[in-house]
Design a protein around this ligand. Structure first.
Ligand code: TXA
Ligand code: MG
Length: 450
Protein backbone atom coordinates (compact mmCIF):
# COMPACT_ATOMS: atom_id res chain seq x y z
CA UNK A 1 0.00 0.00 0.00
CA UNK A 2 1.25 3.49 -0.79
CA UNK A 3 2.47 5.55 2.13
CA UNK A 4 0.17 8.20 3.60
CA UNK A 5 1.81 11.43 2.43
CA UNK A 6 0.00 13.55 4.99
CA UNK A 7 2.38 12.11 7.61
CA UNK A 8 5.83 13.60 6.91
CA UNK A 9 8.90 11.38 7.01
CA UNK A 10 12.44 12.37 7.86
CA UNK A 11 14.33 13.12 4.63
CA UNK A 12 18.02 12.23 4.78
CA UNK A 13 20.74 13.42 2.40
CA UNK A 14 23.55 10.90 1.82
CA UNK A 15 26.71 12.19 0.11
CA UNK A 16 28.30 10.03 -2.60
CA UNK A 17 31.56 10.72 -4.39
CA UNK A 18 31.74 9.56 -8.01
CA UNK A 19 35.44 8.73 -7.78
CA UNK A 20 36.32 5.19 -8.67
CA UNK A 21 32.75 3.86 -8.35
CA UNK A 22 33.05 1.39 -11.21
CA UNK A 23 33.94 0.79 -14.85
CA UNK A 24 32.62 -0.58 -18.13
CA UNK A 25 34.04 -4.01 -18.77
CA UNK A 26 34.45 -2.99 -22.38
CA UNK A 27 34.07 0.79 -22.85
CA UNK A 28 33.66 0.20 -26.60
CA UNK A 29 30.33 -1.61 -26.32
CA UNK A 30 28.90 -0.34 -22.96
CA UNK A 31 27.51 -3.81 -22.38
CA UNK A 32 28.42 -4.33 -18.73
CA UNK A 33 28.90 -1.69 -16.01
CA UNK A 34 30.66 -3.09 -12.96
CA UNK A 35 30.33 -1.40 -9.57
CA UNK A 36 33.44 -1.37 -7.45
CA UNK A 37 31.66 -2.76 -4.36
CA UNK A 38 34.80 -4.03 -2.70
CA UNK A 39 35.58 -0.38 -2.06
CA UNK A 40 34.43 -0.07 1.58
CA UNK A 41 33.82 3.68 1.43
CA UNK A 42 30.89 5.72 2.79
CA UNK A 43 29.91 6.38 -0.84
CA UNK A 44 29.40 2.68 -1.54
CA UNK A 45 27.61 2.21 1.79
CA UNK A 46 25.23 5.06 0.91
CA UNK A 47 24.65 3.70 -2.58
CA UNK A 48 23.84 0.27 -1.15
CA UNK A 49 21.43 1.74 1.38
CA UNK A 50 19.60 3.63 -1.40
CA UNK A 51 19.58 0.55 -3.64
CA UNK A 52 18.14 -1.55 -0.81
CA UNK A 53 15.35 0.99 -0.30
CA UNK A 54 14.62 1.07 -4.04
CA UNK A 55 14.41 -2.71 -4.17
CA UNK A 56 12.12 -3.25 -1.22
CA UNK A 57 10.17 -0.06 -0.45
CA UNK A 58 7.68 2.20 -2.19
CA UNK A 59 9.23 5.57 -1.34
CA UNK A 60 11.21 6.97 -4.30
CA UNK A 61 14.85 8.11 -3.94
CA UNK A 62 16.33 11.40 -5.19
CA UNK A 63 19.60 10.90 -7.11
CA UNK A 64 21.86 12.94 -9.39
CA UNK A 65 22.26 12.41 -13.12
CA UNK A 66 24.36 14.61 -15.41
CA UNK A 67 21.21 16.47 -16.56
CA UNK A 68 19.10 17.13 -13.44
CA UNK A 69 18.34 15.25 -10.21
CA UNK A 70 15.89 12.39 -10.76
CA UNK A 71 13.27 10.90 -8.47
CA UNK A 72 13.84 7.19 -8.97
CA UNK A 73 11.80 4.05 -8.45
CA UNK A 74 12.14 0.42 -9.59
CA UNK A 75 10.47 0.57 -13.01
CA UNK A 76 9.32 -3.05 -12.73
CA UNK A 77 7.18 -2.53 -9.59
CA UNK A 78 3.85 -0.70 -9.87
CA UNK A 79 3.69 0.26 -6.21
CA UNK A 80 7.13 1.85 -6.37
CA UNK A 81 6.35 3.79 -9.57
CA UNK A 82 3.08 5.09 -8.08
CA UNK A 83 5.21 6.46 -5.23
CA UNK A 84 6.87 8.85 -7.73
CA UNK A 85 3.58 10.33 -8.90
CA UNK A 86 2.41 10.71 -5.30
CA UNK A 87 5.60 12.40 -4.05
CA UNK A 88 5.74 14.86 -6.99
CA UNK A 89 2.04 15.55 -7.30
CA UNK A 90 2.45 14.70 -10.99
CA UNK A 91 -0.50 13.77 -13.21
CA UNK A 92 -0.18 10.05 -14.02
CA UNK A 93 -0.99 10.36 -17.74
CA UNK A 94 2.55 11.63 -18.40
CA UNK A 95 4.92 8.71 -19.19
CA UNK A 96 8.25 8.39 -17.34
CA UNK A 97 11.75 7.85 -18.72
CA UNK A 98 13.56 4.73 -17.56
CA UNK A 99 17.29 4.67 -16.87
CA UNK A 100 19.59 1.69 -17.47
CA UNK A 101 23.09 1.03 -16.13
CA UNK A 102 24.38 -0.62 -19.30
CA UNK A 103 23.27 -2.19 -22.59
CA UNK A 104 22.89 -5.63 -21.01
CA UNK A 105 20.05 -4.21 -18.91
CA UNK A 106 18.36 -2.71 -21.96
CA UNK A 107 18.80 -6.04 -23.74
CA UNK A 108 16.94 -7.84 -20.93
CA UNK A 109 14.06 -5.36 -21.11
CA UNK A 110 13.73 -5.82 -24.88
CA UNK A 111 13.69 -9.60 -24.39
CA UNK A 112 11.00 -9.22 -21.74
CA UNK A 113 13.30 -10.72 -19.13
CA UNK A 114 14.26 -9.64 -15.65
CA UNK A 115 17.81 -8.42 -15.41
CA UNK A 116 20.21 -10.97 -14.02
CA UNK A 117 23.62 -9.50 -13.20
CA UNK A 118 25.11 -12.97 -12.64
CA UNK A 119 24.60 -13.47 -16.37
CA UNK A 120 28.00 -12.15 -17.38
CA UNK A 121 28.07 -13.66 -20.85
CA UNK A 122 28.08 -10.88 -23.40
CA UNK A 123 25.42 -11.64 -25.98
CA UNK A 124 25.78 -10.57 -29.54
CA UNK A 125 24.57 -6.97 -30.04
CA UNK A 126 20.80 -7.26 -29.64
CA UNK A 127 18.84 -7.70 -32.87
CA UNK A 128 15.96 -6.14 -30.98
CA UNK A 129 17.48 -2.66 -31.09
CA UNK A 130 16.32 -0.82 -34.25
CA UNK A 131 19.22 0.08 -36.58
CA UNK A 132 18.34 3.78 -36.52
CA UNK A 133 19.36 4.05 -32.87
CA UNK A 134 22.77 2.41 -33.17
CA UNK A 135 24.71 5.50 -34.35
CA UNK A 136 23.11 7.82 -31.77
CA UNK A 137 23.71 5.34 -28.94
CA UNK A 138 27.30 5.02 -30.03
CA UNK A 139 27.71 8.78 -30.17
CA UNK A 140 25.68 10.02 -27.16
CA UNK A 141 25.45 7.19 -24.60
CA UNK A 142 26.07 7.25 -21.79
CA UNK A 143 24.55 10.75 -21.89
CA UNK A 144 21.58 13.11 -22.16
CA UNK A 145 19.66 11.37 -24.98
CA UNK A 146 16.38 9.49 -24.42
CA UNK A 147 15.15 7.14 -27.16
CA UNK A 148 11.68 5.64 -27.64
CA UNK A 149 11.44 1.87 -28.10
CA UNK A 150 8.54 -0.56 -28.53
CA UNK A 151 7.47 -2.07 -25.26
CA UNK A 152 7.60 -5.88 -25.70
CA UNK A 153 4.35 -7.88 -25.31
CA UNK A 154 5.63 -9.64 -22.19
CA UNK A 155 7.16 -6.55 -20.63
CA UNK A 156 8.83 -6.33 -17.23
CA UNK A 157 7.98 -2.62 -17.03
CA UNK A 158 5.13 -1.56 -14.74
CA UNK A 159 2.19 -0.11 -16.72
CA UNK A 160 2.45 3.15 -14.72
CA UNK A 161 5.81 3.85 -16.43
CA UNK A 162 4.40 4.07 -19.94
CA UNK A 163 1.01 5.55 -19.01
CA UNK A 164 -0.71 3.16 -21.41
CA UNK A 165 1.51 3.89 -24.46
CA UNK A 166 2.96 1.10 -26.63
CA UNK A 167 6.46 2.61 -26.37
CA UNK A 168 8.85 3.42 -23.52
CA UNK A 169 11.54 6.09 -23.24
CA UNK A 170 15.02 5.03 -22.07
CA UNK A 171 18.47 6.47 -21.53
CA UNK A 172 21.82 5.49 -20.06
CA UNK A 173 22.95 8.39 -17.86
CA UNK A 174 26.53 9.67 -18.06
CA UNK A 175 26.74 9.91 -14.29
CA UNK A 176 28.69 6.91 -12.90
CA UNK A 177 26.84 7.46 -9.63
CA UNK A 178 23.47 6.99 -11.34
CA UNK A 179 24.65 3.92 -13.28
CA UNK A 180 26.09 2.34 -10.12
CA UNK A 181 22.85 2.91 -8.21
CA UNK A 182 20.84 1.29 -11.03
CA UNK A 183 23.25 -1.63 -11.23
CA UNK A 184 22.93 -2.27 -7.48
CA UNK A 185 19.12 -2.22 -7.73
CA UNK A 186 19.43 -4.72 -10.61
CA UNK A 187 16.44 -3.10 -12.32
CA UNK A 188 15.86 -0.06 -14.52
CA UNK A 189 14.87 3.07 -12.61
CA UNK A 190 11.93 5.18 -13.74
CA UNK A 191 12.85 8.76 -12.93
CA UNK A 192 11.33 12.12 -13.76
CA UNK A 193 13.06 15.26 -12.50
CA UNK A 194 12.97 15.39 -8.68
CA UNK A 195 11.08 18.67 -8.33
CA UNK A 196 7.56 19.19 -7.08
CA UNK A 197 5.28 19.28 -10.14
CA UNK A 198 5.33 22.75 -11.87
CA UNK A 199 8.62 23.88 -10.20
CA UNK A 200 11.98 24.37 -11.98
CA UNK A 201 13.98 21.12 -12.20
CA UNK A 202 16.54 20.51 -9.44
CA UNK A 203 20.27 20.61 -10.21
CA UNK A 204 21.53 20.16 -6.63
CA UNK A 205 20.51 17.90 -3.72
CA UNK A 206 19.47 21.05 -1.84
CA UNK A 207 16.92 21.86 -4.57
CA UNK A 208 15.41 18.38 -4.16
CA UNK A 209 15.17 18.91 -0.42
CA UNK A 210 13.46 22.30 -0.88
CA UNK A 211 10.67 20.64 -2.84
CA UNK A 212 10.35 17.17 -1.34
CA UNK A 213 11.40 17.49 2.31
CA UNK A 214 9.15 15.22 4.38
CA UNK A 215 7.79 13.49 1.26
CA UNK A 216 10.70 11.14 0.46
CA UNK A 217 13.16 9.30 2.70
CA UNK A 218 16.47 9.54 0.85
CA UNK A 219 18.38 11.90 -1.43
CA UNK A 220 21.82 10.93 -2.74
CA UNK A 221 24.02 14.02 -3.03
CA UNK A 222 26.56 13.82 -5.85
CA UNK A 223 27.09 17.57 -6.17
CA UNK A 224 25.69 19.88 -8.87
CA UNK A 225 24.70 18.40 -12.25
CA UNK A 226 27.00 19.02 -15.19
CA UNK A 227 24.43 19.71 -17.94
CA UNK A 228 21.63 21.48 -16.07
CA UNK A 229 18.72 20.79 -18.46
CA UNK A 230 16.95 17.46 -19.09
CA UNK A 231 17.77 14.95 -21.81
CA UNK A 232 16.77 15.30 -25.44
CA UNK A 233 13.86 12.92 -26.17
CA UNK A 234 13.84 11.44 -29.70
CA UNK A 235 11.49 9.13 -31.57
CA UNK A 236 13.44 7.18 -34.19
CA UNK A 237 10.53 4.79 -34.78
CA UNK A 238 8.78 7.39 -36.92
CA UNK A 239 10.08 8.33 -40.36
CA UNK A 240 11.71 10.85 -40.45
CA UNK A 241 12.87 10.68 -36.83
CA UNK A 242 11.68 13.50 -34.56
CA UNK A 243 12.84 15.37 -31.47
CA UNK A 244 9.99 15.34 -28.94
CA UNK A 245 11.78 17.45 -26.34
CA UNK A 246 14.94 19.51 -26.88
CA UNK A 247 17.59 18.83 -24.23
CA UNK A 248 21.26 18.20 -23.50
CA UNK A 249 22.03 16.91 -27.03
CA UNK A 250 21.48 19.56 -29.72
CA UNK A 251 19.58 18.99 -32.96
CA UNK A 252 22.74 19.81 -34.94
CA UNK A 253 24.67 17.08 -33.13
CA UNK A 254 21.85 14.62 -33.94
CA UNK A 255 21.77 15.68 -37.61
CA UNK A 256 25.41 14.69 -37.95
CA UNK A 257 24.55 11.01 -37.24
CA UNK A 258 23.84 8.51 -40.08
CA UNK A 259 20.05 8.25 -40.62
CA UNK A 260 19.35 11.44 -38.62
CA UNK A 261 20.15 14.07 -41.27
CA UNK A 262 16.47 14.91 -41.72
CA UNK A 263 15.42 14.83 -38.06
CA UNK A 264 12.37 17.02 -37.44
CA UNK A 265 11.26 19.13 -34.49
CA UNK A 266 8.05 17.97 -32.84
CA UNK A 267 8.09 20.73 -30.24
CA UNK A 268 7.31 24.41 -30.54
CA UNK A 269 10.24 26.76 -30.95
CA UNK A 270 10.36 30.52 -31.50
CA UNK A 271 9.14 30.24 -35.10
CA UNK A 272 6.11 28.12 -34.16
CA UNK A 273 5.23 30.20 -31.14
CA UNK A 274 5.47 33.33 -33.29
CA UNK A 275 2.50 32.08 -35.33
CA UNK A 276 0.34 31.86 -32.26
CA UNK A 277 -1.67 34.66 -30.75
CA UNK A 278 0.51 36.77 -28.46
CA UNK A 279 0.40 35.55 -24.91
CA UNK A 280 -1.65 37.60 -22.52
CA UNK A 281 0.35 39.09 -19.67
CA UNK A 282 -0.38 37.38 -16.38
CA UNK A 283 -1.31 34.11 -18.02
CA UNK A 284 0.32 31.41 -15.97
CA UNK A 285 2.00 28.46 -17.63
CA UNK A 286 2.46 25.90 -14.92
CA UNK A 287 5.78 24.33 -15.77
CA UNK A 288 9.37 24.96 -14.74
CA UNK A 289 7.88 27.91 -12.85
CA UNK A 290 9.14 29.69 -9.80
CA UNK A 291 6.55 31.47 -7.62
CA UNK A 292 7.56 34.78 -9.14
CA UNK A 293 6.12 35.98 -12.43
CA UNK A 294 8.66 35.41 -15.22
CA UNK A 295 9.03 37.82 -18.14
CA UNK A 296 11.20 36.44 -20.95
CA UNK A 297 13.02 38.56 -23.55
CA UNK A 298 13.80 36.67 -26.74
CA UNK A 299 17.51 37.07 -27.56
CA UNK A 300 16.78 39.03 -30.73
CA UNK A 301 14.66 41.48 -28.74
CA UNK A 302 17.04 41.72 -25.78
CA UNK A 303 19.83 42.63 -28.16
CA UNK A 304 18.26 45.52 -29.99
CA UNK A 305 16.02 47.30 -27.49
CA UNK A 306 18.07 49.23 -24.96
CA UNK A 307 16.02 50.94 -22.32
CA UNK A 308 12.97 48.73 -22.69
CA UNK A 309 13.75 46.87 -19.48
CA UNK A 310 13.75 49.99 -17.32
CA UNK A 311 10.40 50.94 -18.85
CA UNK A 312 9.06 47.46 -18.05
CA UNK A 313 10.36 47.62 -14.49
CA UNK A 314 8.77 51.03 -13.97
CA UNK A 315 5.47 49.78 -15.36
CA UNK A 316 5.55 46.77 -13.05
CA UNK A 317 6.24 48.97 -10.02
CA UNK A 318 3.29 51.21 -10.94
CA UNK A 319 0.96 48.22 -11.28
CA UNK A 320 2.25 46.83 -8.03
CA UNK A 321 1.60 50.06 -6.09
CA UNK A 322 -1.80 50.57 -7.73
CA UNK A 323 -2.89 47.06 -6.76
CA UNK A 324 -1.93 47.80 -3.15
CA UNK A 325 -3.23 51.38 -3.09
CA UNK A 326 -0.25 52.58 -1.11
CA UNK A 327 -0.91 50.06 1.67
CA UNK A 328 2.53 48.54 1.26
CA UNK A 329 5.59 50.63 2.06
CA UNK A 330 7.87 48.15 0.33
CA UNK A 331 8.00 48.01 -3.40
CA UNK A 332 8.21 44.77 -5.36
CA UNK A 333 11.37 42.62 -5.26
CA UNK A 334 12.80 42.56 -8.74
CA UNK A 335 15.08 39.85 -10.10
CA UNK A 336 17.11 39.93 -13.31
CA UNK A 337 18.76 36.95 -15.00
CA UNK A 338 21.27 37.98 -17.67
CA UNK A 339 22.94 35.99 -20.41
CA UNK A 340 24.75 37.52 -23.37
CA UNK A 341 23.94 41.15 -24.05
CA UNK A 342 22.56 42.69 -20.90
CA UNK A 343 24.97 44.43 -18.55
CA UNK A 344 24.41 44.64 -14.78
CA UNK A 345 20.77 45.47 -14.13
CA UNK A 346 19.98 44.63 -17.74
CA UNK A 347 21.23 48.01 -18.93
CA UNK A 348 18.90 50.19 -16.83
CA UNK A 349 21.76 52.67 -16.43
CA UNK A 350 24.61 53.13 -13.96
CA UNK A 351 24.29 51.02 -10.84
CA UNK A 352 26.16 50.41 -7.61
CA UNK A 353 26.51 47.06 -5.92
CA UNK A 354 25.17 47.00 -2.36
CA UNK A 355 25.98 43.36 -1.60
CA UNK A 356 27.07 40.18 -3.30
CA UNK A 357 26.93 36.47 -2.52
CA UNK A 358 27.32 33.12 -4.19
CA UNK A 359 25.10 30.11 -4.70
CA UNK A 360 25.87 26.65 -6.08
CA UNK A 361 24.63 25.87 -9.55
CA UNK A 362 25.30 23.06 -11.93
CA UNK A 363 29.06 22.76 -12.32
CA UNK A 364 31.44 22.29 -15.20
CA UNK A 365 31.88 18.76 -13.90
CA UNK A 366 30.86 16.92 -10.77
CA UNK A 367 33.93 18.11 -8.89
CA UNK A 368 34.59 21.63 -10.03
CA UNK A 369 31.24 23.28 -9.45
CA UNK A 370 31.04 26.89 -10.58
CA UNK A 371 29.01 29.16 -8.36
CA UNK A 372 26.55 31.81 -9.46
CA UNK A 373 27.19 35.32 -8.24
CA UNK A 374 24.14 37.19 -7.01
CA UNK A 375 24.48 40.92 -6.73
CA UNK A 376 22.16 43.30 -5.03
CA UNK A 377 22.36 46.49 -7.08
CA UNK A 378 20.89 49.99 -6.99
CA UNK A 379 20.46 52.39 -9.91
CA UNK A 380 22.51 55.51 -9.17
CA UNK A 381 20.80 57.88 -11.61
CA UNK A 382 17.23 57.56 -10.38
CA UNK A 383 16.33 55.73 -13.60
CA UNK A 384 13.63 53.77 -11.82
CA UNK A 385 12.30 56.67 -9.79
CA UNK A 386 13.09 57.68 -6.25
CA UNK A 387 13.11 55.09 -3.52
CA UNK A 388 13.55 52.21 -5.94
CA UNK A 389 14.49 49.05 -4.07
CA UNK A 390 17.60 47.02 -4.67
CA UNK A 391 17.48 44.71 -7.66
CA UNK A 392 18.70 41.10 -7.45
CA UNK A 393 20.97 40.57 -10.43
CA UNK A 394 22.40 37.23 -11.62
CA UNK A 395 24.56 36.66 -14.68
CA UNK A 396 24.48 33.01 -15.78
CA UNK A 397 27.14 33.43 -18.47
CA UNK A 398 27.40 34.13 -22.17
CA UNK A 399 27.85 30.71 -23.71
CA UNK A 400 24.93 28.33 -24.07
CA UNK A 401 26.37 25.49 -21.97
CA UNK A 402 26.92 27.77 -19.02
CA UNK A 403 23.45 29.32 -19.45
CA UNK A 404 21.94 25.81 -19.35
CA UNK A 405 23.91 25.00 -16.20
CA UNK A 406 22.83 28.11 -14.33
CA UNK A 407 19.23 28.55 -15.41
CA UNK A 408 17.26 26.46 -12.91
CA UNK A 409 19.53 27.43 -10.00
CA UNK A 410 19.08 31.11 -10.78
CA UNK A 411 15.26 30.83 -10.99
CA UNK A 412 15.17 28.92 -7.71
CA UNK A 413 17.53 31.32 -5.92
CA UNK A 414 15.47 34.38 -6.87
CA UNK A 415 12.37 32.58 -5.63
CA UNK A 416 14.08 31.77 -2.34
CA UNK A 417 14.88 35.45 -1.92
CA UNK A 418 11.26 36.43 -2.44
CA UNK A 419 11.41 37.97 -5.93
CA UNK A 420 7.98 39.09 -7.13
CA UNK A 421 9.02 39.27 -10.77
CA UNK A 422 11.99 37.92 -12.71
CA UNK A 423 13.11 39.48 -16.00
CA UNK A 424 15.11 36.96 -18.04
CA UNK A 425 17.33 37.59 -21.06
CA UNK A 426 16.93 34.66 -23.44
CA UNK A 427 19.39 32.99 -25.75
CA UNK A 428 19.26 31.71 -29.35
CA UNK A 429 17.41 28.48 -30.19
CA UNK A 430 19.85 27.37 -32.83
CA UNK A 431 22.99 27.85 -30.83
CA UNK A 432 24.11 24.49 -29.38
CA UNK A 433 21.56 23.43 -26.72
CA UNK A 434 19.88 26.86 -26.71
CA UNK A 435 16.62 25.23 -27.86
CA UNK A 436 16.41 23.32 -24.55
CA UNK A 437 17.02 26.49 -22.53
CA UNK A 438 14.43 28.50 -24.47
CA UNK A 439 11.87 25.67 -24.41
CA UNK A 440 11.99 25.64 -20.57
CA UNK A 441 11.98 29.42 -20.30
CA UNK A 442 9.00 29.85 -22.64
CA UNK A 443 7.07 27.42 -20.45
CA UNK A 444 8.09 29.19 -17.25
CA UNK A 445 7.25 32.67 -18.58
CA UNK A 446 3.86 34.29 -18.18
CA UNK A 447 4.93 36.95 -20.66
CA UNK A 448 7.29 36.79 -23.64
CA UNK A 449 8.76 39.92 -25.23
CA UNK A 450 9.66 39.24 -28.86
O1 TXA B 1 17.22 14.29 -18.19
C1 TXA B 1 16.16 13.67 -18.04
O2 TXA B 1 15.58 13.14 -18.97
C2 TXA B 1 15.60 13.58 -16.61
C3 TXA B 1 16.63 12.88 -15.75
C4 TXA B 1 16.13 12.60 -14.35
O3 TXA B 1 17.06 11.71 -16.38
N1 TXA B 1 14.36 12.90 -16.62
C5 TXA B 1 13.23 13.45 -17.11
O4 TXA B 1 12.16 12.58 -17.09
O5 TXA B 1 13.13 14.57 -17.51
P1 TXA B 1 10.66 12.99 -17.24
O6 TXA B 1 9.93 11.73 -16.90
O7 TXA B 1 10.33 14.22 -16.47
O8 TXA B 1 10.49 13.32 -18.75
C6 TXA B 1 9.83 12.48 -19.56
C7 TXA B 1 9.65 13.10 -20.91
C8 TXA B 1 8.29 13.70 -20.99
O9 TXA B 1 8.32 14.88 -21.76
C9 TXA B 1 7.48 12.61 -21.63
O10 TXA B 1 6.38 13.15 -22.27
C10 TXA B 1 8.50 11.96 -22.56
O11 TXA B 1 9.73 12.09 -21.89
N2 TXA B 1 8.24 10.52 -22.73
C11 TXA B 1 8.57 9.51 -21.92
N3 TXA B 1 8.13 8.34 -22.39
C12 TXA B 1 7.52 8.62 -23.57
C13 TXA B 1 6.85 7.86 -24.56
N4 TXA B 1 6.71 6.53 -24.44
N5 TXA B 1 6.36 8.49 -25.62
C14 TXA B 1 6.49 9.82 -25.75
N6 TXA B 1 7.10 10.61 -24.86
C15 TXA B 1 7.60 10.02 -23.79
MG1 MG C 1 10.41 17.37 -15.28
Amino acid sequence: MARDLSIPVETRILPVSSDNLGHFENPQNLYTWRVNISQGSDSVRHLREAAGALRSRESPVGFPTETVYGLGADATRSGAVKGIYAAKGRPSDNPLIIHVADLSMLDSILRGERHDSTQTQERSQSQLLPEIYKPVIERFWPGPLTILLKNPMQTVLAPEVTAGLSTFGVRMPASPLARSLIKLVEAPLAAPSANASTKPSPTTAQHVLEDLDGRIELILDGGPCSVGVESTVVDGLSDPPVVLRPGGVSIDELRACPGWGNVQKAYKDAAELGKEAPRAPGMKYKHYSPKAKVVLYEATFADGRQGVLSEDIKAFRREWSAAREGSSKQGPRIGIIRTRFWGPGGGIGPTETTSESFVARAGTDMQGAVDLEIKQIKPTNGALGNGAEDILDISIGADTRSIAKGLFSALRELDRRGADIIFVEGTLDDEDIGAAVMNRLRKAASQVRA
